[in-house]
Write a new protein. Structure first.
Length: 281
Protein backbone atom coordinates (compact mmCIF):
# COMPACT_ATOMS: atom_id res chain seq x y z
CA UNK A 1 0.00 0.00 0.00
CA UNK A 2 1.16 3.49 -0.83
CA UNK A 3 1.65 5.79 2.12
CA UNK A 4 0.04 9.17 1.98
CA UNK A 5 2.53 12.00 1.90
CA UNK A 6 2.39 14.60 4.64
CA UNK A 7 0.70 17.75 3.37
CA UNK A 8 1.43 21.14 4.88
CA UNK A 9 -1.58 22.58 3.02
CA UNK A 10 -3.92 20.15 4.80
CA UNK A 11 -2.40 21.00 8.17
CA UNK A 12 -2.76 24.70 7.38
CA UNK A 13 -6.44 24.29 6.45
CA UNK A 14 -7.12 22.37 9.66
CA UNK A 15 -5.42 25.10 11.68
CA UNK A 16 -7.47 27.84 9.94
CA UNK A 17 -10.79 26.07 10.49
CA UNK A 18 -9.97 25.32 14.13
CA UNK A 19 -9.01 28.96 14.65
CA UNK A 20 -12.29 30.13 13.09
CA UNK A 21 -14.63 27.70 14.82
CA UNK A 22 -13.18 27.60 18.35
CA UNK A 23 -14.65 31.03 19.31
CA UNK A 24 -18.05 29.98 17.94
CA UNK A 25 -18.12 26.71 19.88
CA UNK A 26 -16.84 28.55 22.96
CA UNK A 27 -19.80 30.91 22.68
CA UNK A 28 -22.23 27.99 22.17
CA UNK A 29 -20.77 26.06 25.10
CA UNK A 30 -21.31 28.90 27.55
CA UNK A 31 -24.87 29.52 26.34
CA UNK A 32 -25.73 26.51 28.54
CA UNK A 33 -23.77 27.76 31.57
CA UNK A 34 -25.78 27.93 34.76
CA UNK A 35 -23.32 30.37 36.30
CA UNK A 36 -24.40 33.28 34.12
CA UNK A 37 -20.87 34.22 32.99
CA UNK A 38 -18.19 33.06 30.56
CA UNK A 39 -15.36 32.65 33.05
CA UNK A 40 -16.24 29.23 34.50
CA UNK A 41 -18.79 26.54 33.64
CA UNK A 42 -20.79 25.62 36.76
CA UNK A 43 -23.58 23.49 35.30
CA UNK A 44 -25.92 22.81 32.40
CA UNK A 45 -29.13 24.84 32.03
CA UNK A 46 -31.73 25.93 29.45
CA UNK A 47 -32.42 29.10 31.43
CA UNK A 48 -30.84 31.48 28.93
CA UNK A 49 -32.86 30.05 26.06
CA UNK A 50 -36.04 30.39 28.11
CA UNK A 51 -35.26 34.01 28.92
CA UNK A 52 -34.47 34.60 25.24
CA UNK A 53 -37.90 33.42 24.08
CA UNK A 54 -39.58 35.40 26.85
CA UNK A 55 -37.87 38.62 25.71
CA UNK A 56 -40.52 39.99 23.33
CA UNK A 57 -38.44 42.98 22.29
CA UNK A 58 -35.50 40.82 21.22
CA UNK A 59 -37.76 38.35 19.38
CA UNK A 60 -39.39 41.27 17.57
CA UNK A 61 -35.96 42.58 16.53
CA UNK A 62 -34.97 39.13 15.26
CA UNK A 63 -38.13 38.97 13.12
CA UNK A 64 -37.50 42.51 11.82
CA UNK A 65 -33.93 41.60 10.94
CA UNK A 66 -34.91 38.49 8.98
CA UNK A 67 -37.76 40.26 7.19
CA UNK A 68 -35.34 43.02 6.22
CA UNK A 69 -32.74 40.50 5.02
CA UNK A 70 -35.22 38.45 2.97
CA UNK A 71 -36.80 41.52 1.37
CA UNK A 72 -33.57 43.40 0.64
CA UNK A 73 -31.94 40.26 -0.78
CA UNK A 74 -34.97 39.61 -3.01
CA UNK A 75 -35.06 43.14 -4.44
CA UNK A 76 -31.27 43.30 -4.77
CA UNK A 77 -31.28 39.95 -6.62
CA UNK A 78 -33.86 41.16 -9.13
CA UNK A 79 -32.05 44.45 -9.74
CA UNK A 80 -28.59 42.87 -9.70
CA UNK A 81 -29.55 40.12 -12.16
CA UNK A 82 -30.83 42.56 -14.76
CA UNK A 83 -27.89 44.85 -13.98
CA UNK A 84 -25.46 42.00 -14.72
CA UNK A 85 -27.23 41.35 -18.03
CA UNK A 86 -27.08 45.06 -18.82
CA UNK A 87 -23.31 45.11 -18.21
CA UNK A 88 -22.71 41.88 -20.12
CA UNK A 89 -24.70 42.92 -23.19
CA UNK A 90 -23.21 46.42 -23.36
CA UNK A 91 -21.64 46.53 -26.81
CA UNK A 92 -18.80 48.97 -26.18
CA UNK A 93 -15.99 47.37 -24.22
CA UNK A 94 -14.93 50.62 -22.56
CA UNK A 95 -18.48 51.32 -21.39
CA UNK A 96 -18.75 47.77 -20.06
CA UNK A 97 -15.50 48.12 -18.13
CA UNK A 98 -16.62 51.46 -16.67
CA UNK A 99 -19.92 49.97 -15.49
CA UNK A 100 -18.15 46.97 -13.98
CA UNK A 101 -15.65 49.26 -12.27
CA UNK A 102 -18.42 51.39 -10.77
CA UNK A 103 -20.02 48.21 -9.48
CA UNK A 104 -16.77 46.98 -7.93
CA UNK A 105 -16.11 50.29 -6.18
CA UNK A 106 -19.02 49.60 -3.83
CA UNK A 107 -17.51 46.20 -3.02
CA UNK A 108 -14.18 47.63 -1.86
CA UNK A 109 -15.47 50.83 -0.24
CA UNK A 110 -15.40 50.79 3.59
CA UNK A 111 -18.79 50.26 5.22
CA UNK A 112 -18.28 53.40 7.29
CA UNK A 113 -17.99 55.52 4.13
CA UNK A 114 -21.08 53.91 2.61
CA UNK A 115 -23.07 54.33 5.82
CA UNK A 116 -22.05 57.98 6.22
CA UNK A 117 -22.93 58.76 2.58
CA UNK A 118 -26.35 57.17 2.97
CA UNK A 119 -26.90 59.12 6.18
CA UNK A 120 -26.14 62.38 4.35
CA UNK A 121 -28.44 61.36 1.49
CA UNK A 122 -31.34 60.46 3.76
CA UNK A 123 -30.84 63.62 5.81
CA UNK A 124 -31.14 65.64 2.60
CA UNK A 125 -34.26 63.68 1.63
CA UNK A 126 -35.69 64.35 5.07
CA UNK A 127 -35.30 68.06 4.42
CA UNK A 128 -37.16 67.78 1.11
CA UNK A 129 -39.72 65.16 2.12
CA UNK A 130 -41.01 66.09 5.56
CA UNK A 131 -42.59 62.66 6.15
CA UNK A 132 -39.35 60.79 5.42
CA UNK A 133 -37.54 59.60 8.56
CA UNK A 134 -34.75 57.19 9.32
CA UNK A 135 -36.19 53.73 9.95
CA UNK A 136 -37.14 50.60 8.07
CA UNK A 137 -37.24 52.25 4.63
CA UNK A 138 -33.82 53.89 4.98
CA UNK A 139 -32.23 50.65 6.19
CA UNK A 140 -33.95 48.65 3.44
CA UNK A 141 -32.74 51.01 0.70
CA UNK A 142 -29.19 50.93 2.09
CA UNK A 143 -29.12 47.13 2.24
CA UNK A 144 -30.45 46.84 -1.30
CA UNK A 145 -27.78 49.27 -2.51
CA UNK A 146 -24.77 47.44 -1.04
CA UNK A 147 -26.20 44.01 -1.96
CA UNK A 148 -26.65 44.74 -5.67
CA UNK A 149 -22.89 44.63 -6.51
CA UNK A 150 -22.66 41.22 -4.80
CA UNK A 151 -25.46 39.81 -6.97
CA UNK A 152 -23.89 41.30 -10.11
CA UNK A 153 -20.56 39.58 -9.39
CA UNK A 154 -22.36 36.27 -8.80
CA UNK A 155 -24.43 36.40 -11.99
CA UNK A 156 -21.80 37.74 -14.42
CA UNK A 157 -19.66 34.53 -14.47
CA UNK A 158 -22.73 32.48 -15.41
CA UNK A 159 -23.45 34.88 -18.27
CA UNK A 160 -19.90 34.41 -19.53
CA UNK A 161 -20.32 30.63 -19.36
CA UNK A 162 -23.54 30.72 -21.37
CA UNK A 163 -23.31 29.67 -24.99
CA UNK A 164 -24.85 32.38 -27.18
CA UNK A 165 -25.78 29.75 -29.74
CA UNK A 166 -28.62 28.69 -27.40
CA UNK A 167 -30.18 32.13 -27.82
CA UNK A 168 -29.69 31.98 -31.58
CA UNK A 169 -31.33 28.55 -31.70
CA UNK A 170 -34.27 29.81 -29.66
CA UNK A 171 -34.75 32.78 -31.99
CA UNK A 172 -34.56 30.46 -35.02
CA UNK A 173 -37.39 28.48 -33.45
CA UNK A 174 -39.49 31.66 -33.26
CA UNK A 175 -38.97 32.73 -29.65
CA UNK A 176 -39.44 36.40 -28.83
CA UNK A 177 -37.35 38.43 -26.36
CA UNK A 178 -39.50 37.57 -23.37
CA UNK A 179 -39.44 33.85 -24.18
CA UNK A 180 -35.66 33.92 -24.64
CA UNK A 181 -35.29 35.66 -21.28
CA UNK A 182 -37.70 33.43 -19.35
CA UNK A 183 -36.89 30.08 -20.99
CA UNK A 184 -33.18 30.37 -21.85
CA UNK A 185 -31.29 33.08 -19.99
CA UNK A 186 -32.90 33.05 -16.54
CA UNK A 187 -32.98 29.22 -16.17
CA UNK A 188 -29.29 29.07 -17.11
CA UNK A 189 -28.46 31.85 -14.66
CA UNK A 190 -30.44 30.26 -11.81
CA UNK A 191 -27.39 28.88 -9.91
CA UNK A 192 -25.75 32.31 -10.01
CA UNK A 193 -29.00 34.03 -9.04
CA UNK A 194 -29.47 31.70 -6.07
CA UNK A 195 -25.86 32.24 -4.99
CA UNK A 196 -26.32 35.99 -5.28
CA UNK A 197 -29.51 35.88 -3.23
CA UNK A 198 -27.93 33.90 -0.40
CA UNK A 199 -24.86 36.14 -0.37
CA UNK A 200 -27.04 39.26 -0.30
CA UNK A 201 -29.14 37.73 2.48
CA UNK A 202 -26.04 36.96 4.54
CA UNK A 203 -24.56 40.43 4.06
CA UNK A 204 -27.83 42.06 5.06
CA UNK A 205 -28.29 39.78 8.07
CA UNK A 206 -24.96 40.56 9.72
CA UNK A 207 -24.38 44.15 8.56
CA UNK A 208 -23.65 46.56 11.37
CA UNK A 209 -21.72 49.61 10.14
CA UNK A 210 -24.14 50.78 7.45
CA UNK A 211 -27.21 49.95 9.53
CA UNK A 212 -25.82 51.82 12.53
CA UNK A 213 -25.72 55.03 10.49
CA UNK A 214 -29.15 54.85 8.84
CA UNK A 215 -31.37 53.24 11.48
CA UNK A 216 -33.85 55.36 13.42
CA UNK A 217 -35.38 55.31 16.87
CA UNK A 218 -38.34 53.19 15.79
CA UNK A 219 -36.35 50.45 14.06
CA UNK A 220 -33.24 48.44 14.81
CA UNK A 221 -31.58 45.22 13.68
CA UNK A 222 -30.04 42.32 15.53
CA UNK A 223 -26.43 43.44 15.07
CA UNK A 224 -27.14 46.95 16.37
CA UNK A 225 -29.13 45.56 19.32
CA UNK A 226 -26.37 43.11 20.27
CA UNK A 227 -23.83 45.93 20.13
CA UNK A 228 -26.00 48.07 22.42
CA UNK A 229 -26.46 45.25 24.93
CA UNK A 230 -22.79 44.24 24.85
CA UNK A 231 -21.84 47.74 25.99
CA UNK A 232 -23.93 47.19 29.11
CA UNK A 233 -22.27 43.86 29.94
CA UNK A 234 -22.06 40.28 28.76
CA UNK A 235 -25.39 38.44 28.77
CA UNK A 236 -25.60 34.72 28.05
CA UNK A 237 -28.99 35.43 26.47
CA UNK A 238 -26.98 36.82 23.55
CA UNK A 239 -24.98 33.58 23.50
CA UNK A 240 -28.21 31.63 23.20
CA UNK A 241 -29.43 33.86 20.39
CA UNK A 242 -26.10 33.56 18.58
CA UNK A 243 -26.29 29.77 18.88
CA UNK A 244 -29.72 29.69 17.24
CA UNK A 245 -28.57 32.03 14.46
CA UNK A 246 -25.52 29.82 13.87
CA UNK A 247 -27.73 26.72 13.58
CA UNK A 248 -29.99 28.58 11.17
CA UNK A 249 -26.94 29.53 9.10
CA UNK A 250 -25.88 25.88 8.91
CA UNK A 251 -29.35 24.90 7.69
CA UNK A 252 -29.20 27.73 5.17
CA UNK A 253 -25.85 26.49 3.80
CA UNK A 254 -27.13 22.90 3.54
CA UNK A 255 -30.30 24.11 1.81
CA UNK A 256 -28.26 26.22 -0.60
CA UNK A 257 -26.06 23.23 -1.44
CA UNK A 258 -28.99 20.99 -2.41
CA UNK A 259 -30.83 23.76 -4.27
CA UNK A 260 -27.76 24.81 -6.26
CA UNK A 261 -26.90 21.20 -7.10
CA UNK A 262 -30.40 20.55 -8.43
CA UNK A 263 -30.55 23.78 -10.44
CA UNK A 264 -27.07 23.18 -11.87
CA UNK A 265 -28.14 19.77 -13.18
CA UNK A 266 -31.24 21.26 -14.79
CA UNK A 267 -29.23 24.10 -16.32
CA UNK A 268 -26.67 21.69 -17.81
CA UNK A 269 -29.44 19.52 -19.21
CA UNK A 270 -31.17 22.52 -20.79
CA UNK A 271 -27.85 23.72 -22.19
CA UNK A 272 -27.18 20.35 -23.86
CA UNK A 273 -30.65 20.34 -25.39
CA UNK A 274 -30.27 23.76 -26.96
CA UNK A 275 -26.71 23.03 -28.11
CA UNK A 276 -28.05 19.98 -29.94
CA UNK A 277 -30.72 22.15 -31.57
CA UNK A 278 -28.07 24.72 -32.50
CA UNK A 279 -25.91 22.03 -34.13
CA UNK A 280 -28.86 20.76 -36.15
CA UNK A 281 -29.61 24.31 -37.32
Amino acid sequence: MRRRKFSWSTLYLIFVFVLLYIPIFYLIFYSFNQGGNMSSFTGFTWEHYQSLFSDRRLISIVVQTFVLAFLSALLATVIGTFGAMGIYYTRKRNSRNVLLGLNNILMVSPDVIIGASFLILFTMLGGVLKNFQLGFVSVLLSHIAFSIPIVVLMVLPKLKEMNDSMIDAARDLGANNFQVLSNIILPFLTPGIIAGYFMAFTYSLDDFAVTFFVTGNGFTTLSVEIYSRARQGISLEINALSTLVFIFSLLLVVGYYFISRDTSKKARKRKREFEEVAVLK
